[in-house]
Design a protein around this ligand. Structure first.
Ligand code: SAH
Ligand code: SF4
Length: 444
């Protein structure tokens, strides 16, 4: 039980960057309402579960957690329990019956009435407020981390056959360009050095806005913001990635040389059944163009193994594509049927679990070898690192290409060093290690 006078909150987040972004902002709203973060759920006055159901495994974790919280609520009925994220579907009554100890359920991306700030509670200047996303604009962190997520387009219109996200997050809704620009300028003023623009399909940004701005226009506007050093965006869709966007990444100095472009499978047949809307040849051409126009670009992708009907031949096409493309990073997942999706309704989940695991391991081993080779080339080089925290006594940060870097600061300064030049001494498939070469001043 919380013995302090200041009420405390605890947010448990699983899932994608969008969930992390929304949790950061929910936390900020709670802080503006007078709460402070609690080190554990046991001492919190309010607990928010920000959930994910993209695969069955994630959903199981959410359900377990919800059951585990029941005794806590029983012991402390005054505790407020709220659940948000993609676990929340349209059948709220059913959820309330299944989890009667939960006080509030609210949909991913919504701000419930009890979290909306009164005028006297806000520490956000009015100029950042615009009608489209007023609640979220108010939710900017007062002291942002060095790297901040900024949702720019909510929802997804793609309806890939396996994916539950469009059913839980609704249709695409872009935030106005001037609203995002004002918000990022405010974040930079408060000390943020990097923004990561988020969307399930971020390349679709702007198609629904009256001015028809696109992501390249948004990047150009943000590139002009003083104090901001880096801009990233994710997740791109191979069908919507345009030459204009690639040119913008090549041209704008603050936009990092890094693109996440999920391919999902190396087989045209499987891509068709997944309803991804592109062919491997289109994807290959895109990668060739990106690499030609943006030297040093770091590329990552997502893969699903064991999709319905994926034979050994289809799987080998995926392995061959990965060996050919040599991505910096590959996120691989075993197919998991999701209720309500086209694949779950129409296709038999016919690859056995053991076989999915075998395919997943093959890809992970191949990728560890490729990433090990790529990262080894950094040894002896000096890279610019944006520090985002400390881990096991070492500073931790990322390069412009999103490589994780660890280093010890010789001066052992307690403050976050910001941007630093690090000379890389060691590399593994997952991270780089080095020593400080010089401290950079400002954003140059
Ligand atoms: N919008 C992004 C990703 C959103 S979901 C895209 O277009 O790729 C994040 C990742 O989860 C996906 O890239 C996919 O690899 C994985 N995923 C989504 N649904 C899945 C499912 N039913 N089974 C297994 N993996 C899934
Ligand atoms: Fe899901 Fe496809 Fe939308 Fe990505 S693009 S969120 S995989 S439906």
């Amino acid at each position: 039980m919380n013995q302090n006078t200041t009420p405390q909150y605890y947010i448990w987040t699983i899932g994608c960057q969008m969930n992390k972004a929304e949790s950061e902002r929910l936390g900020s709203l709670l802080e503006q309402k007078g709460y402070r973060p609690s080190a554990s759920a046991d001492t919190a006055d309010i607990i928010v579960l920000n959930s994910c159901v993209v695969r069955q495994h994630a959903e199981d974790r959410v359900i377990n957690k919800l059951h585990n919280l029941a005794p806590l609520k029983k012991a402390r009925p005054e505790l407020t329990l709220a659940v948000t994220g993609c676990f929340i579907d349209s059948s709220l009554e059913q959820l309330k019956r299944a989890f009667p100890h939960v006080d509030y359920f609210f949909q991913a991306g919504d701000i419930p009435d009890w979290l909306v700030l009164r005028k006297d509670e806000r520490f956000i200047p009015n100029e950042v407020e615009r009608p489209s996303d007023a609640g979220w604009c108010q939710a900017l962190p007062q002291s942002p981390p060095s790297s901040v997520y900024v949702p720019v387009i909510h929802g997804c219109d793609q309806f890939c056959s396996y994916c539950i996200v469009p059913y839980r997050r609704g249709r695409e809704r872009s935030r106005p360009l001037d609203e995002i620009t004002a918000e990022v300028a405010e974040l930079a003023r408060r000390g943020a050095k990097e923004v990561i623009l988020l969307g399930q399909n971020v390349d679709a940004y702007g198609h629904d806005l009256p001015e028809k701005h696109d992501l390249a226009d948004l990047l150009a506007a943000l590139n002009r913001i003083d104090g901001l050093a880096r801009i990233r965006f994710l997740t791109s869709h191979p069908r919507d990635m345009t030459a204009k966007l690639i040119d913008a990444v090549a041209r704008l100095e603050k936009v990092c040389e890094q693109i996440n472009l999920p391919v999902q499978s190396g087989s045209d047949e499987i891509l068709g059944v997944m309803r991804r809307g592109y062919s491997i040849e289109h994807y290959r051409q895109l990668i060739v163009e990106i690499r030609r126009k943006i030297p040093g670009i770091a590329l990552s992708t997502d893969i699903i193994v064991g999709f319905p009907g994926e034979s050994e031949r289809h799987f080998r096409q995926t392995v061959d594509l990965l060996a050919e493309m040599r991505f910096d990073m590959v996120h691989v997942a075993a197919y998991s049927p999701r209720p309500g999706t086209i694949a779950a309704r129409e296709l038999e989940d016919d690859v056995p679990a053991g076989e999915k695991k075998r395919r997943l391991n093959i890809i992970e081993e191949l990728q560890a070898e490729i990433a090990g080779d790529i990262n080894a080339r950094f040894v002896g080089q000096t890279v610019e690192v944006l520090v985002d925290g400390k881990e096991k006594g070492k500073w931790r940060g990322r390069t412009r290409g999103d490589k994780l870097v660890f280093f010890s600061d010789r001066s052992n300064c307690p403050d976050m060093p910001g941007l630093v030049d690090i000379r890389i001494e060691k590399a593994s498939p997952w991270s780089l290690q080095g020593k400080v070469e010089s401290r950079l001043i400002g954003t140059e």
